[in-house]
Write a protein that binds this ligand. Structure first.
Ligand code: ATP
Ligand code: MG
Length: 265
């Protein structure tokens, strides 16, 4: 479903702050695969998602989505096919609009590629049903301005907005990291359900190494702009958190002490 082939990106090339953020990165995700992505701060995880979303042009390499070469496709055009969530629950929703209006915009945009929307009764019933499925009581708050919701409720709405039109790819950039533990758990539960229901191809960045090993079916590790580990199948099933930390240390020449903190839950 997603094919990232030998991509390279250097920021601020030719300046003292030049940074080679993605170095010959290749990654293939099969339809319905749920992949977790870990790595220390600055490893290039968000940059990889930005590359897939089209935030900048690549220096080299190609990106294909469902067989289509999207390497030179503009970001706003890709957004209909790619759902994305960030750590900050404030991102991705319009705070002064109601839950229902936010959902209607997301739905209309993805269906018609336009911003105009008309709230149809049938759409409203569809949103209500989808929200009720979350078990957070959000179906009773459809007329509430999104800005008044809690972080967890807001992330749940954003998750529904990002997936309501069944995108080809879902990118989650530490989308539960800013939430309290119970809200994080709830949002993760909803995430798992939506991914399963839609058989969504998903890439999720997390700093929680336990979650990285036990969510989805495959775990990828990045360091200094490169993919340094790709675990799946039996190898992943048998891997423990301490073993993975040890493997990380080996691949990074003994930086375990620092990374233990960064990877802590
Ligand atoms: N637009 C940009 N301009 C300049 N440098 C950038 C840009 N985007 C990312 N970088 C740099 O690329 C490197 C990788 O950043 P990135 O945000 O991908 O890290 P990350 O793995 O997501 O880290 P974190 O876990 O902290 O979110 C960093 O050194 C960052 O400063
Ligand atoms: Mg990041």
């Amino acid at each position: 479903m997603l094919e990232v082939n030998h991509i390279d990106k250097t920021f601020l090339a030719g300046t003292p702050n030049e940074h080679h953020a993605l170095c010959d990165v290749s990654l293939h995700l099969k339809k319905g695969e749920f992949v977790t992505l870990i790595g220390t701060n600055g490893a290039g995880k968000s940059t990889l998602m930005n590359a897939v979303s089209g935030t900048f042009w690549l220096d080299r390499g190609t990106i294909l989505l469902d067989g289509e070469d999207i390497t030179y496709k503009k970001e706003h055009k890709r957004s209909a096919q790619i759902g994305r969530l960030f750590q900050d629950p404030m991102k991705g929703t319009a705070p002064d609009m109601t839950v229902e209006e936010n959902l209607a915009i997301a739905y209309a945009r993805s269906k018609r590629g336009a911003l105009q929307f008309a709230l149809k009764k049938s759409d409203s019933a569809f949103f209500r049903e989808a929200l009720a499925d979350f078990g957070m009581g959000l179906e009773e708050r459809m007329k509430t301005k999104v800005g008044l919701l809690s972080g967890g409720q807001r992330q749940a709405v954003t998750l529904l907005m990002s997936t309501i039109a069944q995108p080809k790819l879902l990118l989650l950039d530490e989308h539960t990291a800013a939430l309290d533990p119970s809200a994080a758990e709830k949002v993760m539960e909803i995430t798992n359900r939506i991914v399963k229901q839609q058989d969504l191809t998903t890439l999720m960045i997390t700093h929680n190494i336990n979650q990285a090993l036990h969510t989805g079916t495959r775990t990828i590790m990045m360091n200094a702009g490169k993919i340094i580990l790709d675990l799946s199948g039996e190898e992943r099933e048998n891997m423990t958190v301490p073993e993975l930390l040890e493997l990380y240390a080996q691949k990074n020449h003994g930086e375990l002490d620092n990374d233990r903190i960064l990877f802590s839950e």
